[in-house]
Ligand binder design. Structure first.
Ligand SMILES: Nc1ncnc2c1ncn2[C@@H]1O[C@H](COP(=O)(O)OP(=O)(O)OP(=O)(O)O)[C@@H](O)[C@H]1O
Ligand SMILES: [Mg+2]
Length: 287
């Protein structure tokens, strides 16, 4: 613990910025397969259109997703960063519109079991992200796993993706319940994916909100919805995000609208102990 604390202090003093400007946004869901990766990738593209510099951290422990969605192949992952074989600059993939992608893979779990002698190096590398981007968007895995929860607790904002399906909503509620206990102060924004109509989206959000008001403290913010759109599926097959293949598609239009709201988050004054440095210190404290 002592080593971690001193490494963090050293990192914090190395770059003497008082407030970090980079925001850390975690995209998550209760149930798997609801569209997190597609949403993350297209949100990054839309934010890049707004002039934001974006880095995506693929925080899914399973198969690499984000690189595939961009039609890229990760050669190195966070695991190489942890082992000291590669620097952050060497593992980041370059996507379209200047988007950087950090492939996580099995290395993400490694972040949780960092050996002390490796910690300083990893911290210094991740700390350099601050100079490279305005926002770090994390595509977490689904569910209530230990690593996912650590990412969520450490983020500045959480975007919770659900679909109107009852099972997806039930799992979203389950995740919210845990988040209220374990990450009480992190704002949660809900995106309803794969809706047929606006009223479908509104009704879905209301169902979730009613449960939250009835059984939990706190509130959730409705960030928007994305239409169920066959062009998304087509883009997945082509390994190209819908924001590139079909920028006029209904689904991408929705993501652009949501990106406008997310860009607004960036304009909000930073919380103290937020940003990438706050993220790292909270991440380490939770392990
Ligand atoms: N708005 C949409 N319209 C139509 N299909 C969609 C939409 N969003 C996602 N999909 C479909 O759902 C599938 C799963 O999406 P995605 O891989 O983004 O989910 P995920 O939540 O990241 O899954 P996992 O939990 O496995 O990581 C995609 O292959 C895509 O075809
Ligand atoms: Mg995914």
């Amino acid at each position: 613990m002592h080593d971690q604390a001193s490494a963090l202090r050293a990192l914090a003093s190395r770059e003497n910025q008082k407030h970090s400007k980079m925001r850390v946004i975690a995209v998550t869901s209760g149930k798997g397969g609801v569209g997190k990766t597609n949403f993350t990738v297209n949100l990054a593209l839309a934010l890049a259109e707004y002039g934001q510099r974006i880095i995506i951290l693929d925080g899914d422990l399973g198969l690499a997703n984000v690189d595939i969605a961009f039609g890229l192949t990760a050669r190195h992952t966070i695991a190489h960063l942890i082992s000291g074989e590669k620097s952050i600059e060497q593992i980041i993939l370059s996507g379209p519109r200047g988007i950087g992608i950090i492939p996580g893979g099995s290395g993400v779990q490694g972040l949780a079991d960092l050996e002390r002698d490796k910690l300083t190096n990893v911290l210094a590398n991740l700390g350099r992200l601050e100079k490279m981007a305005d926002m770090l968007i994390i595509d977490t895995g689904a569910g209530l796993g230990h690593t996912v929860m650590n990412f969520l607790q450490a983020a500045d904002d959480i975007i919770l993706v659900t679909t109107p399906e009852p099972t997806s909503l039930t799992d979203a509620y389950g995740l919210l319940k845990t988040l209220r206990k374990e990450a009480g102060e992190v704002p949660i924004h809900v995106v309803v994916n794969r809706v047929r109509t606006e009223s479908d989206a509104q009704a879905t959000f209301r169902r979730l909100e009613t449960a939250v008001h009835k059984f939990l403290d706190g509130s959730v913010n409705f960030m928007g919805w994305v239409y169920d759109d066959p062009l998304v599926g087509r883009s997945v097959m082509q390994q190209e995000p819908v924001g590139i293949s079909f920028p006029e598609s209904p689904a991408y239009r929705c993501v652009q609208w949501i990106a406008g709201k997310v860009a607004g988050i960036y304009l909000r004054p930073p919380r103290q102990a937020g940003g990438v440095r706050g993220f790292l210190s909270k991440l380490l404290r939770s392990f």
